[in-house]
Write a protein that binds this ligand. Structure first.
Ligand code: MG
Length: 205
């Protein structure tokens, strides 16, 4: 599925907002990654030269399965195709310097994601997301700890922009984010759903 857009949610876990010195927002904080960021499981994350520190952000990705426009929270989950592990790769120093995150979040290869796996709505609060770098656990979040629930996020986004089949939502990262280095292998796992493993390389001009 090729998304028309990748809609991302910032600061959706209170502990992660705090670790970067940010407040928890009153409403979902939305931004985009362009579809040109997408890479598949096993493909390389390419660190751009000259942009400073680049971080992993393991997240629960949600693939849209049918058009959603102004859907209610109760109808939101029926519009999805499933969830998948996702890595919202971020040029952290650049993100701090710039008010718009188009570059910090939007470089080529900055959105590894898996294929959609159907999940029952009642099982959403029990989902967990674990990030490992070179086999060491760095993040372990629970969907139950999200500031805004997944159905709420879908309903909220669809109030402003029509979600099309194949669109992707990155639902925010838990605390524990950290930098990637060339030669690393970063894995995002949603237990019971799947694993996403990507090697990290440096850009060779
Ligand atoms: Mg993120």
């Amino acid at each position: 599925m090729k998304p028309t857009k990748i809609v991302c949610v910032g600061r959706n876990y209170a502990a992660h907002a705090r670790e970067l010195g940010n407040e928890v927002p009153d409403e979902p904080l939305l931004f985009f990654k362009p579809p040109s960021t997408l890479v598949e499981p096993g493909e390389s994350i390419v660190l751009p030269t000259g942009l400073g520190r680049v971080d992993f952000e393991g997240e629960i990705g949600v693939w849209i399965g049918r058009r959603a426009r102004r859907v209610g929270v109760d109808q939101a989950w029926a519009c999805t195709a499933g969830v998948a592990p996702l890595n919202d790769v971020t040029a952290r120093e650049l993100q701090r310097r710039e008010k718009q995150w188009a570059r910090a979040k939007g470089c080529d290869t900055f959105c590894p994601v898996g294929a959609p796996v159907p999940v029952a709505e009642r099982d959403l609060p029990g989902l967990e997301v674990i990030t490992r770098v070179n086999g060491v656990v760095r993040q372990h979040g629970r969907a139950a700890d999200m500031v805004f629930s997944i159905p709420f996020l879908i309903a909220h986004i669809s109030a402003y922009m029509t979600l099309e089949p194949g669109d992707l939502i990155a639902t925010g990262t838990p605390d524990g984010v950290g930098p990637l280095a060339p030669g690393d292998e970063v894995e995002v796992e949603i237990p019971g759903v799947g694993r996403l493993l990507n090697p990290v390389v440096v850009d060779e001009p």
